[in-house]
Write a protein that binds this ligand. Structure first.
Ligand SMILES: NC(=O)c1ccc[n+]([C@@H]2O[C@H](COP(=O)([O-])OP(=O)(O)OC[C@H]3O[C@@H](n4cnc5c(N)ncnc54)[C@H](OP(=O)(O)O)[C@@H]3O)[C@@H](O)[C@H]2O)c1
Length: 245
């Protein structure tokens, strides 16, 4: 796919990894629909940055993906503003510590809603435009821990495992018109509260013995959208070998 002028919806793109993904697509001349929930100022800054990279159009869209009606409203708002949708990147995510002994049903519901249910319904809502694109694709940002869960983050890891199932389900349901693939990042950007000693431990646990970068995830997204024209239902690890370590 030639990304110039294509409409790319990136969820959770005001900050951190989603922001780097959105800027990578903007640099290719894509028009960016920058979804955010609470980071309004950062989303506006991202859009200004995206426009300055290539001169292509960009705009912000607010949605709380905990709400069941949000995906449909978001897809309609983006299609109304840009006239279509060519690429959907599901990057928004809830990541909360929820130890085994104290995790609540509400913890489960929130993680499943944002990390697995919302990507499914966003795909469903965007599907008519992705099909009309003739070249539409979806990238789901999952996690290596969807295959090997770590303690204290049970609902998060289970929701990412569910997202890996959703990835296959969407690939089957939307073929042959729309390709659907997942990226499984490893430690590419530490949580803001993580100290240096813990970062060192996390890096040591990978095969490559170092932390990754959001840019590595963005390059993988570009590959899946631009070049992976015979891949659907695939899982691409960007984890320094963490999954098999
Ligand atoms: N960082 C890593 O090393 C790493 C490792 C493995 C996998 N991943 C995956 O890569 C993706 C990006 O990672 P990240 O660290 O940048 O993610 P993040 O900072 O944890 O979250 C990204 C964005 O998700 C949005 N979000 C959270 N709850 C939401 C809700 N209810 N409705 C709508 N949006 C909501 C937030 O938007 P607002 O700020 O606008 O509220 C947030 O900025 C995620 O899917 C993550 O699971 C990341």
């Amino acid at each position: 796919m030639n990304l110039k002028g294509k409409v790319v919806l990136v969820t959770g793109s005001a900050r951190r990894v989603g922001r780097v993904i959105a800027l990578a697509f903007a640099a290719k001349g894509a028009r960016i629909a920058a979804h955010y929930h609470t980071s309004a100022g950062e989303a506006r800054k991202l859009v200004a940055g995206a426009k300055s990279l290539s001169g292509a159009d960009a705009d912000v869209f607010r949605a709380n993906l905990l709400e069941a009606a949000a995906p449909q409203k978001l897809a309609e708002a983006v299609a109304r503003r840009f006239g279509g949708i060519d690429v959907l990147i599901n990057s928004a995510s809830l990541y909360e510590r929820t130890p085994f002994a104290t995790a609540t049903p509400e913890d489960w519901d929130r993680h499943m809603a944002v990390n697995a249910r919302a990507p499914y319904y966003l795909a469903q809502a965007c599907a008519p435009w992705l099909k009309a694109s003739g070249d539409g694709c979806i990238v789901n940002i999952a996690d290596w821990a969807g295959h090997r869960p770590y303690a204290d983050f049970g609902p998060y890891c289970a929701s990412k495992a569910a997202l890996l199932c959703v990835n296959k389900l969407l690939a089957k349901s939307l073929a042959p018109e729309i390709r659907v693939n997942a990226i499984l990042p490893g430690p590419v950007l530490a949580p803001e509260a993580m100290g240096e000693p813990e970062k060192k431990k996390v890096a040591e646990a990978t095969l490559l013995k170092r932390l990754g970068t959001p840019d590595a995830v963005a390059r993988a997204c570009l590959y899946l959208a631009e070049s992976a024209d015979y891949s659907t239902g695939a899982e691409l690890t960007v984890d320094g070998g963490r999954l098999i370590a």
